[in-house]
Design a protein around this ligand. Sequence first.
Ligand SMILES: [Zn+2]
Length: 84
Amino acid sequence: MAKAIAKQKLYELIRQMKYKCEKYGITFMQVSRFFPSSKTCSSCGQIKLDLKLLDRIYKCDCGLEIDRDYNAALNLAKFGKLAD
Ligand SMILES: [Zn+2]
Protein backbone atom coordinates (compact mmCIF):
# COMPACT_ATOMS: atom_id res chain seq x y z
CA MET A 1 0.00 0.00 0.00
CA ALA A 2 2.81 2.43 0.92
CA LYS A 3 4.53 1.66 -2.38
CA ALA A 4 1.35 2.49 -4.29
CA ILE A 5 1.00 5.80 -2.41
CA ALA A 6 4.65 6.69 -3.08
CA LYS A 7 4.17 5.93 -6.79
CA GLN A 8 1.07 8.14 -6.86
CA LYS A 9 2.95 10.99 -5.11
CA LEU A 10 5.79 10.76 -7.63
CA TYR A 11 3.27 10.86 -10.48
CA GLU A 12 1.66 13.95 -8.94
CA LEU A 13 5.05 15.65 -8.48
CA ILE A 14 5.93 15.04 -12.14
CA ARG A 15 2.50 16.28 -13.24
CA GLN A 16 2.93 19.48 -11.21
CA MET A 17 6.44 20.04 -12.55
CA LYS A 18 5.21 19.67 -16.14
CA TYR A 19 2.38 22.11 -15.43
CA LYS A 20 4.66 24.71 -13.81
CA CYS A 21 7.27 24.40 -16.59
CA GLU A 22 4.61 24.90 -19.24
CA LYS A 23 3.16 27.87 -17.33
CA TYR A 24 6.54 29.64 -17.15
CA GLY A 25 7.83 28.63 -20.59
CA ILE A 26 10.45 26.22 -19.29
CA THR A 27 11.34 23.06 -21.20
CA PHE A 28 10.50 20.01 -19.11
CA MET A 29 12.83 17.04 -19.49
CA GLN A 30 12.61 13.67 -17.83
CA VAL A 31 15.44 11.16 -18.01
CA SER A 32 15.02 7.41 -17.96
CA ARG A 33 14.92 5.96 -14.45
CA PHE A 34 17.92 3.87 -15.51
CA PHE A 35 20.05 6.89 -16.45
CA PRO A 36 23.14 6.50 -14.20
CA SER A 37 23.29 10.11 -12.99
CA SER A 38 24.80 9.18 -9.61
CA LYS A 39 27.19 6.53 -10.90
CA THR A 40 28.70 8.56 -13.74
CA CYS A 41 31.74 10.75 -13.10
CA SER A 42 30.82 14.30 -14.10
CA SER A 43 34.47 14.97 -14.96
CA CYS A 44 35.62 12.00 -17.08
CA GLY A 45 32.39 10.06 -17.75
CA GLN A 46 33.54 6.81 -16.14
CA ILE A 47 30.65 4.80 -14.63
CA LYS A 48 31.19 3.46 -11.13
CA LEU A 49 29.01 0.35 -10.92
CA ASP A 50 29.81 -0.43 -7.26
CA LEU A 51 28.57 2.91 -5.86
CA LYS A 52 26.44 2.27 -2.77
CA LEU A 53 23.69 4.49 -1.38
CA LEU A 54 25.81 4.97 1.74
CA ASP A 55 28.66 6.42 -0.36
CA ARG A 56 27.87 10.11 0.03
CA ILE A 57 31.11 11.30 -1.57
CA TYR A 58 31.76 10.27 -5.17
CA LYS A 59 35.43 9.37 -5.68
CA CYS A 60 36.66 8.61 -9.17
CA ASP A 61 39.93 7.16 -10.47
CA CYS A 62 40.47 10.46 -12.32
CA GLY A 63 40.87 12.20 -8.95
CA LEU A 64 37.44 13.81 -8.70
CA GLU A 65 36.00 13.86 -5.15
CA ILE A 66 32.58 15.43 -4.98
CA ASP A 67 29.24 15.16 -3.15
CA ARG A 68 27.30 12.38 -4.88
CA ASP A 69 24.12 14.45 -5.26
CA TYR A 70 26.05 17.39 -6.70
CA ASN A 71 27.77 14.97 -9.09
CA ALA A 72 24.36 13.64 -10.18
CA ALA A 73 23.06 17.19 -10.65
CA LEU A 74 26.02 18.04 -12.89
CA ASN A 75 25.35 14.93 -14.99
CA LEU A 76 21.67 15.79 -15.33
CA ALA A 77 22.56 19.36 -16.33
CA LYS A 78 24.91 18.01 -19.02
CA PHE A 79 22.17 15.68 -20.24
CA GLY A 80 19.78 18.62 -20.48
CA LYS A 81 22.26 20.70 -22.47
CA LEU A 82 23.01 17.81 -24.88
CA ALA A 83 19.31 17.10 -25.45
CA ASP A 84 18.45 20.81 -25.83
ZN1 LIG B 1 36.35 10.60 -13.29
